[in-house]
Design a binder for this molecule. Structure first.
Ligand SMILES: Cc1cc2nc3c(=O)[nH]c(=O)nc-3n(C[C@H](O)[C@H](O)[C@H](O)COP(=O)(O)OP(=O)(O)OC[C@H]3O[C@@H](n4cnc5c(N)ncnc54)[C@H](O)[C@@H]3O)c2cc1C
Length: 371
């Protein structure tokens, strides 16, 4: 039975799927979403929410244009979405401090400061060990120094994802997609686990770390794997931490909810997304390394979720070779909240006009086929 129909069916109501629905709606295209767990129930609902387009895999390099585009889109969304939806997406500029605990780390950060300082709209400066005390006197006394990055921002990923869905006006079906409906070589819809179908002319697969499951539907490899990460939300003694403090992929800041958010871990644990005692111990140990002067009082929440990591670390965005009108939007990895709006906007462009002004060549979903 056909349960619903739309121009486009989007599988996955994380940030990639909801951003696609949002930009399609702006172009006057009706979409419906399907997600087996609801909106923002996985990484898009539990990420840290840091937004910084000047670091990460492929930056500088093939991911840079997309990261900068997406950061601009975040700024625009922060202006419009609250009025459109009544949802505060929590966007705010938030300086970031990267710590160095060795001469090698200090040298790498100094090089990075010099590079960032040449990028329009951003500024960075080297902080001596003494300067770090002025930022926050709870930072480790044995830190060599650090880099202060101005122009970084943060957002509430869960609120942003929900706001994108609400503003899109798209219906969300909470169920599992198990395959595609074909009409000759044309896609005609999405098959659901209960036997129903959603009919459409275009499908966007925004399945996050589960993207590889669609390999079977499409007959091409989609090299995306889950990388688990854990975060603690703590009550802590003392004043809030007024910037984001980071070291080797670990971070801590006081969020608008008044809690100290601290992360993170990186574990290849398949699709097991349960928080672990080892993850909690690791996060607390790294907090003590960065900010020994912070006294955690209570763990208010301990979350774990799965980053969608592609084989080369770049996003997977674009049309599927040999499957006209099937698109993929995944692979945001450690920066999928940052990249989400540009991924969604690019997919919407492809649906509407078949092209986009962002060069998607490095993100081609067909690149995982053996050459
Ligand atoms: C600890 C941690 C911290 C992070 N911090 C940051 C950060 O500070 N900044 C940043 O930019 N990024 C961050 N990220 C990364 C970011 O969270 C992810 O890259 C991003 O949320 C991925 O979004 P997505 O929409 O691709 O996938 P998801 O949010 O995983 O959404 C995919 C959805 O698809 C659905 N789905 C899959 N298959 C099916 C199916 N067959 N049928 C129905 N539904 C299906 C799932 O239920 C899921 O809801 C962090 C990640 C982690 C783990």
């Amino acid at each position: 039975m056909t349960r619903d129909s739309a121009d486009v069916v989007i599988v996955g109501a994380g940030i990639a799927g909801c951003a696609t629905a949002y930009y399609l709606a702006k172009a006057g295209v009706k979409s419906v979403l399907v997600d087996r767990d609801g909106v923002a129930r996985h990484a898009s609902g539990f990420a840290y929410g840091g937004l910084y387009p000047l670091s990460g895999v492929g930056i500088p390099g093939p991911m840079f244009a997309l990261a900068k585009r997406s950061f601009s889109l975040h700024r625009a969304l922060a202006e419009t979405l609250p009025g459109e939806t009544g949802i505060d997406v929590g966007f705010r500029l938030r300086p970031t401090v990267g710590l160095a605990f060795s001469a090698a780390e200090a040298a790498a950060l100094r090089d990075n400061v010099a590079w960032v300082d040449r990028q329009a709209g951003f500024r960075a400066e080297w902080l001596s060990a003494g300067d770090l005390r002025d930022v926050d006197d709870r930072i480790a006394a044995d830190a060599f120094g650090g880099a202060l990055y101005h122009g970084a921002a943060e957002v509430d990923p869960e609120a942003l994802t929900r706001a994108l869905l609400r503003a899109s006006g798209a219906a969300l079906h909470v169920t599992e997609a198990i395959g595609l409906v074909r009409d000759g070589d044309r896609v005609a819809g999405v098959r659901l686990v209960d036997g129903d179908t959603l009919s459409c002319g275009t499908v966007v697969l925004a399945q996050g770390p589960w993207a590889g499951n669609a390999s079977r539907w499409l007959g091409i490899p989609i090299d995306v794997q889950p990388l688990k990460g854990e975060i603690l939300r703590l009550e802590a003694a003392g004043p809030p931490i007024a910037c984001s403090i980071g070291w080797r992929g670990n971070y801590a800041t006081t969020k608008p909810d008044g809690l100290l958010w601290v992360g993170t871990t990186e574990d290849e644990a398949g699709f097991d997304d349960r928080p672990t005692a080892a993850g909690r111990a690791s996060v607390l140990a790294n907090l003590a390394r960065m900010l020994p002067g912070v006294e955690p009082r209570k763990v208010v929440a301990h979350t774990a979720c799965l980053r969608p990591m592609s084989g080369d670390g770049y996003v997977v965005v674009g049309g599927v070779p040999g499957a006209p009108r099937v698109l993929i939007a995944t692979g945001g990895g450690r920066k999928g909240i940052l990249h989400g709006p540009a991924m969604g906007a690019a997919c919407a462009d492809l649906v509407v006009s078949g092209k986009t002004d962002l060069d998607l060549t490095p993100y081609d979903p067909g690149r995982f086929r053996a050459s």
